[in-house]
Design a protein around this ligand. Structure first.
Ligand code: NAP
Length: 277
């Protein structure tokens, strides 16, 4: 067992678009580590069997993406508090004792990216305005609460999904109707787009942005394109802006460390590698 080359990878469907293999294989090469990181297309009906076989053939862990992020929680032996709170896992560790440990590092990636991109950002500065209530929003909301943001305003095209978040995450969440999204931004210290609006191939982000001021920190989870319409408008309004690529990179670091034993440094070269430059 011990002379096996450690393997990691990402399971999902579809998975071919994932930038994670490029990132992890770059880190393996940079640190001169033995190992491989492989994208694996896994259908829903094959998930359970896949999780059983991977540890036996040399896998030390995997990342998990759509559509398996929720279901892997039920198949894991141990689930971190933050993964349980978010209701999804993106990182699995296959332990030597045979147990599967499930974690969610999306919130960590989100906050780390925000802190690095906007060093003056202070969670206590005021309310955060979150657009969207999908899977990514759950991780964002959980992490904003964890770092002490006093109020989280949230709006979603389908209001019922925002209501569910409030019932799960509690009274710090204040729900706005989607048509009130522009008003919600007024007076917010932090604005986060967690919808897919503005992404290549999706409808444009058209929420009124008159409420932005130079004090607002604005971040977009969409990173294709890197400079979204929201970030362009925020830059023009004098805001501090943070693009979404860093979240993708920072969420990957804890898994890489657990699997391969080195905490990777993240710099401009890392960003360029992920962008394929
Ligand atoms: P999801 O669970 O499918 O949620 C999609 C969200 O977008 C929902 O709130 C949805 O509202 C909203 N939406 C979609 N089309 C819309 C429209 N035409 N008008 C208004 N709202 C619309 O997806 P997710 O996993 O949360 O991902 C959301 C985005 O974040 C994606 O672009 C994804 O690539 C990005 N993301 C980035 C990172 C990163 O590392 N930077 C990590 C995770 C996700 P409804 O509920 O009304 O459908």
């Amino acid at each position: 067992m011990n002379d096996r080359i450690p393997l990691a990878g990402i399971i999902g469907s579809p998975v071919s678009h994932s930038k994670s293999p490029r990132l992890h294989n770059y880190w393996l090469k940079t640190y001169g580590l033995a190992g491989h990181y492989i994208p694996m297309e896994v259908r829903q009906e094959d998930l359970e069997a896949t999780l059983k076989i991977l540890p036996k053939i040399g896998f030390v862990g995997i990342n998990v993406t759509i559509p398996h992020k929720e279901r892997v929680l039920a198949l894991a032996d141990l689930v971190t508090d933050r993964a349980a709170l978010i209701g999804a896992a993106n990182t699995l560790i296959f332990r030597k004792d045979g147990k599967i440990h499930a974690d969610n590092t999306d919130g960590y990636g989100f906050i780390e990216n925000l802190r690095r991109g906007a060093p003056a950002w202070n969670p206590a500065d005021g309310p955060a305005a979150v657009l969207g209530a999908g899977g990514a929003a759950r991780a964002v909301v959980a992490s904003l609460i964890e770092v002490g943001v006093p109020e989280i305003r949230i709006t979603n095209r389908t209001r019922a999904r925002a209501d569910v978040l409030r019932s799960e995450f509690g009274a710090k969440l204040v729900i706005y109707d989607w048509v009130q999204a522009g008003n919600m931004i007024e007076g917010a210290a932090t604005v986060v787009n967690t919808t897919s609006l503005g992404m290549v191939g999706k409808p444009e982000f058209r929420v009124p942005l008159d409420g932005l001021t130079p004090k607002t920190v604005v971040t977009d989870l969409v990173y294709t394109p890197l400079q979204t319409h929201l970030l362009q408008a925020a830059t023009e309004a004098g805001c501090t802006v943070v693009d979404g690529l860093g979240m993708l990179i920072y969420q990957a670091a804890p898994g890489f460390e657990r699997w391969f034993g080195v905490r990777p440094d993240i710099d401009e070269k890392t960003r360029a590698v992920v962008l394929g430059a």
